[in-house]
Design a protein around this ligand. Structure first.
Ligand code: AMP
Ligand code: ZN
Ligand code: FE
Ligand code: FE
Length: 280
């Protein structure tokens, strides 16, 4: 790859990906990427290791995270970038998510039990032993292992997806609160994969929220779709971001680097991070 490509959306096994933080950075270097942000769900746990490794490799790694939020019952994902990794607000917020997930997972297992499918808490702990944010993907893997379903997709389609019999929304954490926490940590809040928001009234409401950016480059979006987000970003003076949503072999269709941003946007975010990191 001879031009500057930075992938700003990917997951490690600290949430629900399959690669370690070091493997992910190594893969990014192998693929010729010029920058990366690891955006694990509801945790920044990868960064203690990832920053050290990236520094050893002289590879630019931008702090990132993908928070789960909820708006009138719809799930909305919010990316945070270039925030202070020392922020107490972020730390506490991630701890809150950890508790939210623990409660929700127990409820999902209860729903499954009522459907005659037995999964012990211990089995879930084992399959998610590297993860700080165990959730539905891990439960889905167990359902495949037990032969209840053939694929993760079927697990979500039959049991775990929104509105399915074992679904549990868990405690709702608002979009406003999530953006506020990212801002308190001096970071930029970005609306993740807006094309995946099903209800148009929810998307419309999101566009009125105090975001700093929107994720307009994502695998399998057509040039016309990407253009639509680019125009919107321009109109709102929002940063246009992008990334692959790589999860390793858990979502093999999303290759690292399949969506990316160029040098200008990466440097804007990276410079912001260097500034706030040196002042905190
Ligand atoms: P959770 O954070 O526990 O609510 O799980 C949500 C995650 O599950 C998403 O970020 C995806 O990685 C994954 N996911 C959601 N829907 C599906 C699906 N239909 N098939 C496979 N994975 C899915
Ligand atoms: Zn995920
Ligand atoms: Fe997401
Ligand atoms: Fe993601």
């Amino acid at each position: 790859m001879d031009t500057f490509h930075a992938d700003l959306h990917c997951h490690t096994y600290i949430s629900d990906g399959s690669d370690s933080p070091e493997e992910l950075i190594r893969l990014a270097i192998e693929k010729g990427l010029s920058g990366l942000s690891i955006t694990d769900h509801d945790t920044v746990g990868a960064y203690s290791r990832a920053l050290t490794f990236a520094e050893q490799q002289s590879f630019p790694l931008l702090p990132g995270v993908e928070f789960s939020a909820s708006f009138r019952g719809d799930s909305v994902h919010i990316l945070g970038y270039a925030f202070s990794l020392k922020s107490e607000e972020i730390k506490q917020f991630c701890e809150g998510h950890f508790e939210r997930r623990r409660h929700r997972n127990s409820k999902i297992l209860e729903h499954l039990k009522q459907l005659g499918i037995s999964i012990e808490e211990e089995e879930l702990e084992n399959i998610g032993q590297m993860s700080e944010t165990v959730g539905r993907p891990h439960i889905a893997m167990l359902l495949v292992q037990k032969g209840v379903v053939k694929s993760l997709k079927e697990a979500f389609g039959t049991f775990l997806g929104e509105g399915k019999p074992a679904y549990d929304p868990g405690e709702a954490i608002s979009v406003e609160k999530t953006i506020e926490v990212i801002h308190k940590a001096k970071g930029k809040a970005v609306l993740a994969h807006p094309h995946l928001i099903k209800r148009s009234s929810t998307l419309k409401a999101m566009l009125e929220m105090p975001f700093d950016g929107i994720e307009g480059h994502y695998p399998r979006l057509t040039p016309i779709q990407q253009n639509r987000w680019a125009e919107l970003a321009k109109e709102k003076k929002w940063i246009l971001t992008g990334g692959s949503d790589y999860h390793g072999n858990i979502k093999p269709q999303n290759n690292l680097g399949a969506a990316w941003i160029g040098k200008e946007t990466f440097e804007l975010l990276y410079t912001h991070y260097v500034q706030i990191a040196s002042s905190s």
